[in-house]
Design a protein around this ligand. Structure first.
Ligand SMILES: *Cc1c(COP(=O)(O)O)cnc(C)c1O
Ligand SMILES: [Zn+2]
Length: 478
């Protein structure tokens, strides 16, 4: 398939690049000192696009069987006609991700004042690595395989590293993860180590880790490292499928609201792109509204959107105001801080794309504080759908919007539960018992690990040379 390409989202540039190239931002804009994200685009008129969404139901019958059985089994690739960037189906890296469910949540609906039958939880914690990140990783690994990458890396608040590590193990690539010091939930750290990723604990926060890993991938190309963070536009292609599955579960009916937690803003951006394309293809006639919920301690989108009035503005948002806001943050030495570690992000990489999603989906942005997030997390669990703290921001936000009257009792509301409850058992235990497991772990006696394939995290200073040394040289081929 040659009808996919990468395109700069800056309308004053619009440069295009082949899918055989690897970029984390538009090279044409970079040359002018501007940073612009890339999108994956398709020449739909030359591609076999199904006439209706119901077409995809035929794949339920062939899942697990025949040549395409593995793809039909995946909750991402059974919609492959809507993300056809791969050259051959044999390029696709899949571990059976995306087999997630839209759960009807009547008991919770009662709590937040929505009519029975109208509140749904899209339970992405059921993915192989326990979070929605697998939707994007399967797509990005497919691209990594297409371009022959052998080492992949990401900065992570936890779930991206868990997902990367799982797919790297499966695809026989070297996984390298950059984790901020002391910030990661134990469930997530244990996964990165267990799946065998080289785990660097950088003395800095997520934003520092992302800066470093981008530097390593783009300015130190000799290291041969493929970047898996959500600046990678292929990840967002996979994450579109979360919306395809929501529609599939609703018998292709369009809900009124999609409510999602926002950190790096890749997920909400992917949702906007999904609906933009479905509409363009004539596969839907209406687009649901979007609510992005941030933690009050990590709320750049809330400030920029609600307080500073920043909008997509046909691809020309007010960059000067955005840059001044970030500069102020640096001057104040402000660092994001929230119990919802998965959304503890001060400089969301997909900010501009999220503005487009908010535009396409007539969206709103809200913030909820940590005690509220913890209460709603416990409430979600109490009614039978456990999730990690960040995920519960969606339910807290839905209730807030219901109380504001923006969401009405008869609206069909879909909250995305982004990560599994067992990702962050410490938060759960602390909520119910008051015991701070992090403090317990830090004061616990340590001994050298004895397991045959023990994989210790490597503490590294926030320093380029130290990081390059810790990564190690690329393996010699041949
Ligand atoms: C990554 C993550 C988020 C944030 O998603 P973004 O695409 O970065 O906005 C929310 N919840 C969980 C559990 C996550 O792992
Ligand atoms: Zn550009």
């Amino acid at each position: 398939m040659q009808h996919a390409y990468q395109q700069c989202i800056n309308p004053d540039c619009n440069a295009t690049f082949g899918t055989d190239e690897v970029h984390v931002s538009c090279p044409t804009c970079s040359a002018k000192g501007v940073s612009s994200l890339l999108d994956i685009r398709y020449d739909w008129s030359k591609l076999p696009v199904p006439k209706s969404l119901a077409h995809f139901e035929s794949r339920w019958a062939t899942k697990g069987r025949g040549d395409t059985g593995k793809l039909d089994f995946s909750g991402i690739w059974r919609f492959r006609d809507l993300l056809p960037f791969y050259n051959n189906e044999s390029d696709i890296v899949t571990v059976g991700e995306g087999r997630t469910l839209l759960q009807s949540a009547d008991l919770l609906a009662k709590q937040i004042g929505v009519d029975a039958g109208n509140l749904f939880l899209q339970y992405e914690g059921l993915n192989p690595s326990g979070s929605f990140k697998d939707n994007g990783m399967t797509a990005a690994f497919t691209h990594a395989k297409m371009v022959g990458a052998s080492r992949v890396a990401c900065a992570s608040t936890g779930n991206t590293s868990a997902s990367l590590a799982l797919f790297a193990a499966h695809a026989e690539m070297v996984g390298i993860v950059f984790i901020g010091s002391g910030k990661i939930a134990y469930g997530k750290l244990s996964q990165a180590l267990d799946y065998g990723a080289r785990t660097l604990q950088i003395q800095g926060d997520f934003d520092a880790c992302l800066h470093r890993v981008k530097q390593i991938a783009t300015e130190n190309k000799e290291l041969g490292i493929y970047l898996m963070n959500s600046v990678n536009p292929f990840r967002l292609e996979g994450q579109k499928s979360i919306m395809f599955r929501v529609l599939e579960s609703l018998n292709w009916e369009i809900p009124d609201w999609i409510v999602v937690p926002g950190g790096n803003l890749g997920n909400c951006s992917a949702f906007g792109k999904a609906f933009m394309e479905l509409k363009e293809l004539g596969l839907i006639d209406r687009i649901p509204r979007l609510a992005v919920i941030q933690a009050a301690g990590a709320n750049p989108l809330h400030v920029l959107y609600n307080e500073k009035g920043i909008r997509w503005n046909d691809g020309r948002p007010d960059h000067a105001t955005i840059n001044a806001f970030y500069k102020q943050m640096d001057d104040d030495n402000y660092h994001a801080q929230t119990v919802a570690s998965a959304i503890e992000i001060g400089r969301p990489v997909n900010l501009i794309k999220s503005l487009r999603a908010l535009d396409v989906m007539d969206g709103v942005v809200r913030q909820v504080d940590d005690p509220t997030i913890l209460e709603y997390r416990a409430m979600v669990a109490r009614y039978g759908f456990g999730c990690e703290p960040a995920s519960a921001a969606s339910v807290a936000g839905a209730h807030m919007l219901r109380k504001e009257g923006l969401i009405s009792a008869s609206d069909k509301v879909v909250c995305i539960l982004t990560g599994h409850e067992l990702k962050d058992p410490d938060a759960t235990v602390k909520y119910h018992t008051g015991i701070d497991m992090k403090a317990v772990q830090e004061s616990a006696p340590r001994s050298e690990p004895k397991g045959c394939i023990a994989n210790k995290p490597i503490p590294v200073a926030d320093d380029l040379d130290a990081i390059i040394a810790a990564i190690g040289a690329p393996a010699q081929v041949g």
